[in-house]
Design a protein around this ligand. Structure first.
Ligand code: SGN
Ligand code: CA
Length: 537
């Protein structure tokens, strides 16, 4: 399609029939973009990263036919802030969306809008987690807030609509429907954002049938006691064993909880469970019960005789079964979209990116959730295919960030990168044209006090070291040597052997804060706004 258009344009050009023929040709050969983002998908759960937990054949295709980034990371490991960074190419303290609570200002520039202005058709499908009608899109079909797994509500071009079925499959269908209905003569940019595998993990029927039979190997640090780290790791409320709830997370029916005397003081999990399965129709509910009821019955019998360790293992496995089953549907969706590109001759000229809004803990340090600047949540998967420029089998270990997407896409599409954008285009890095790249990144996290109780922090990561400052109701520094301590088990802050490194890391952190324009005044401002906003909720 694109080639034919180009030839037609060239024909017309040589016949002198088009006034601005050079412009026409460049416009028509501009690449398409499909930016796929899932929610809370840690790199450990993508087989191309070698974790061994599950198989993601379709996502892996992107690595095989394109590039895998082994140290791609976020600037702020939380959903809505990460999305705001991705759209604007600016750090949280610059785009204003520092946490999940405060509003996002859609009036500022975002890369889809800049592409749209330059002739692209743009669409956003799935989770965006920001109020207001998305701006910069010819079509949007988004989930309100977190969205639901079964029979979800969508907001289609501003209008609410409930769609029957399973959210991951619906999101894929909406994306494909839009691709099929677009104007084939214009380049396109599609943001295809899955809600899965966000908590509380509710898989699709065929996959809960399969995954509830699976067993998983525990990570080395499942029984971490946080010695060697500061107050923040101890205080966080994200332990699978202690902080996941029985009904919402582990899918133990409220009546079974009652029989076993299992507690849920706030009823959060019970309500979530009722709400989640309450959305199902009779058929969906019967299918669910055919698998989860026997599982509950088995647990009811075994629980009274289980040791603490056995319960911990059970909870870990229950979590992994549902979490990874949700990812299986996400992977199917990627497969369908790649098939569509193949069948329609679009694979060559379309940049396909797979990433997540942040990483996630799968039992490392005993945790689930994210937020911390520690590796599992700081890093996020990134795979990218663009046969025209990226060699199959490329692996990039440089520190790229979600801050870089906007400038990278604008670069590929020949659109000028606005000055206020803080990220950098990694186009030449991934094509192999250069190996020059930044060697340190800056991180901020603000949402505290809040669910999971991860303290406010900011920090710097280089390829080898990481320096983090936890502040607000504590004032503690931590530093890690990732080469010697890849699981970040022991802070070496104030260890005399690292005195020089520590001094240098402090200096570099200050430089980054100046470079990106961060300051204590910003912290104070956002803190005030945050406390005001949570009071209102
Ligand atoms: C919900 C989840 C949390 C999660 C936040 C933010 N609890 O509150 O575990 O950290 O969303 O996630 S739940 O019981 O309601 O599922 S984010 O990805 O949207 O930032
Ligand atoms: Ca998320």
């Amino acid at each position: 399609m694109n080639r034919i258009n180009v030839l037609t344009a060239l024909g017309l050009c040589s016949a002198g029939l088009l006034p601005s023929c050079k412009e026409q040709v460049t416009k028509q050969i501009r690449p398409n973009i499909i930016y796929i983002m899932s929610d809370d998908h840690g790199y450990q759960a993508i087989s191309a990263y070698g974790g061994g937990l599950n198989k993601t054949p379709n996502i892996d295709r992107l690595a095989r036919e394109g590039a895998i980034f082994t140290r791609s990371c976020v600037t702020n490991s939380l959903c809505a802030p990460s999305r705001a960074v991705m759209l604007t190419g600016k750090h949280s303290f610059m785009n204003g969306k520092v946490d999940n609570v405060q509003p996002f200002n859609w009036d500022q520039d975002n890369f889809p809008r800049l592409l749209q202005k330059s002739g692209y058709q743009t669409a956003l499908v799935g989770k965006i987690h920001m109020d207001g009608i998305p701006q910069g899109f010819n079509y949007s079909a988004v989930l309100p807030d977190q969205g639901n797994y079964y029979n979800p509500d969508f907001i289609v071009n501003g209008k609410p609509e409930q769609i029957h079925g399973y959210v991951t499959k619906i999101t894929t269908k909406l994306a494909l429907d839009w691709l099929k209905s677009r104007d084939p003569n214009k380049p396109f940019c599609l943001l295809y954002h899955q809600k899965a595998p966000h908590r509380e993990w509710m898989p699709e029927e065929k996959y809960y049938k399969e995954y509830t039979k699976k067993e998983f190997q525990e990570p080395e640090t499942l029984f971490d006691n946080y010695d060697g780290r500061g107050t923040a790791a101890h205080a966080a409320e994200m332990r699978i064993y202690r902080d996941q709830n029985w009904s919402g997370d582990s899918k133990i029916y409220p009546e079974v909880m009652d029989k076993l005397g299992l507690k849920d003081p706030t009823n959060w999990g019970r309500n979530a469970f009722k709400q989640n399965v309450g959305r199902m129709d009779d058929e969906q509910r019967a299918a669910w019960d055919s698998v989860y009821r026997p599982l509950n019955e088995k647990f009811e019998k075994e629980y009274p005789h289980m040791t603490e360790k056995e319960i911990a293992h059970w909870r870990y496995e229950r979590y992994m079964q549902d979490y990874l089953a949700c990812i299986a549907s996400v992977d199917d969706g990627v497969g369908e979209v790649l098939d569509y590109l193949d069948k329609n001759g679009l694979a060559e000229n379309t940049i396909v990116v797979y990433t997540s809004d942040q990483g996630f803990y799968m039992g490392e340090h005993g945790w689930f959730d994210k937020r911390f600047m520690y590796e599992e949540s700081f890093r996020t998967p990134l795979l990218m295919r663009y046969p025209k420029e990226i060699k199959a089998g490329t692996s990039i270990s440089k520190l790229v960030q979600n801050l870089d997407f906007a400038p990278t896409f604008l670069d590929y599409c020949g659109v000028e990168i606005p000055k206020e954008i803080q990220g950098e285009s990694f186009r030449k890095l991934v094509s192999g044209e250069t190996n020059e790249w930044r060697d340190a990144v800056y991180y901020t996290y603000y949402e505290y006090p809040s669910i999971h109780m991860v303290k406010r922090h900011y920090g710097i990561a280089t390829e080898r070291y990481k320096l983090i400052h936890f502040y607000y109701d504590i004032d503690e520094w931590e530093m890690y040597d990732l080469e010697k301590d890849p699981h970040e088990m022991k802070s070496v802050y104030n260890d005399p052997a690292y005195a020089d490194v520590q001094k240098d890391m402090h200096k570099r952190l200050n430089e980054l804060r100046i470079k990106y324009g961060d300051s204590d005044a910003f912290d104070q401002h956002y803190l005030k706004e945050y406390l005001k906003a949570v009071k209102k909720e």
